[in-house]
Design a protein around this ligand. Structure first.
Ligand SMILES: NC(=O)C1=CN([C@@H]2O[C@H](COP(=O)(O)OP(=O)(O)OC[C@H]3O[C@@H](n4cnc5c(N)ncnc54)[C@H](O)[C@@H]3O)[C@@H](O)[C@H]2O)C=CC1
Ligand SMILES: O=C([O-])CC(=O)C(=O)O
Length: 332
């Protein structure tokens, strides 16, 4: 029997965590037979709500959930954790861009970077979900110098899942028949959802996504903006931001990182940029990656069209601006 894995979820009393905790506790992320001890962090005023979440986790009667540690103390929350879902942060409301949350949220990720540095395992894998996720992940990594910077990632998997779903619906195939859609750049409306390298299996035959879709105007004028603005569309409809789908994406991201991507498949993750594909260095940029033995690697050698180049530059520039703003907020 494997040793229990300690996993922290921050914002544990919030709406994403409400779906995510069940997925993690029932074995969707680390494997169905991996015992888990869940550390649940939220702020002091949410401790009553968190008590209810703890009751419900017990009532789920999950065989591999071996312990639950609810707390408002980062020292307890981050102690000896091997995986960290950093969800706790303010969500945006209608009419806001995600970067409008920098002022409210970035300091949380400085404090949590420091706590990870002090208390977590040195090989902890960190997924930042709280927005603006890419820049929060960058700041978090900067305040955790004893943990390798490649262990800090930001979530663009929800955008990838949205993109895959749009293409599957357009072609009329089940979702698993669409692979290798890429999200480049920032988890914001400047992101570039790219179907050029994606494949779709139709009636047993694997085609490139543009061949399967057979409608390049749809790809440029419907697919791209729909994915870029999907978060805002959900907020407009629900009056709250995506939660169930965000939890599923967080679970997909961490599972693929821990357990590896399937041969021939890649996924999108916000990772520390090494300048691949002309992206700016030292920002957390979403790239296509493969994962193996707990490590990610950027997929190299994909052709970038002139119009894709322009889109990559726009989203890269936004990340550089966010980095500057985040540093100003922290140093103020
Ligand atoms: N990267 C992505 O694809 C997505 C990111 N998000 C972001 O995820 C974040 C959380 O969203 P929701 O769960 O819907 O929000 P929510 O408001 O329902 O829950 C957030 C929770 O975080 C807690 N919290 C605040 N500061 C904290 C701190 N310093 N330490 C620990 N907990 C803290 C709050 O008390 C609250 O319980 C938001 O920033 C949202 O914009 C949401 C959807 C997708
Ligand atoms: O749009 C938002 O603010 C929440 C989010 O990040 C998403 O749904 O992608």
């Amino acid at each position: 029997m494997a040793e229990p894995l300690r996993v922290v979820v921050t914002g544990a009393a919030g709406q994403i965590a409400y779906s995510l905790l069940y997925m993690v506790a029932k074995g969707d992320v680390f494997g169905p037979e991996q015992p888990i001890i869940l550390h649940l962090l939220d702020i002091p005023v949410m401790m009553g709500v968190l008590e209810g979440v703890v009751m419900e986790l017990a009532d789920c009667a999950l065989p591999f959930l071996r312990g639950v540690v609810p707390t408002d103390d980062p020292a307890v929350a981050f102690k000896d954790v091997s995986a960290a879902f950093l969800v706790g942060a303010m969500p945006r409301r209608e009419g806001m861009e995600r970067k409008d949350l920098l002022g409210a949220n970035v300091k949380i990720f400085k404090v949590q970077g420091e706590a990870l540095d002090k208390y977590a395992k040195k090989d902890v894998k960190v997924l930042v979900v709280g927005n603006p996720a890419n820049t929060n992940a960058l700041i978090c990594s900067r305040y955790a110098p004893s943990i390798p910077r490649e262990n800090f990632t930001a979530m663009t998997r929800l955008d990838q899942n949205r993109a895959q779903a749009q293409i599957a619906a357009k072609v009329g195939v089940p979702i698993q028949q669409v692979s290798n859609v890429i999200i480049w750049g920032n988890h914001s409306s400047t992101q570039f959802p790219d179907a050029a390298h994606a494949s779709v299996t139709v009636n047993g035959q694997t085609l490139s996504a543009p061949e399967a879709v057979k409608d390049s105007a749809w790809l440029d004028t419907v697919f791209v903006p729909t994915v870029q603005k999907r978060g805002a569309a959900v907020i407009a409809a629900r009056k709250m931001s995506s939660a169930m789908s965000a939890a599923k994406a967080a679970s997909d991201h961490m599972r693929d990182w821990f357990l590896g991507t399937a041969p021939g498949r890649f996924v999108s993750m916000g990772v520390l940029s090494d300048g691949s594909y002309g992206a700016p260095k030292d920002v957390v940029f979403s790239f296509p990656v493969t994962t193996k033995n707990g490590k990610w690697e950027i997929v190299q050698g994909l052709t970038i069209s002139d119009s894709a180049r322009k889109s990559l530059d726009v989203t890269g520039k936004e990340l550089e601006e966010e980095r500057k703003e985040a540093i100003a907020v922290i140093e103020a």
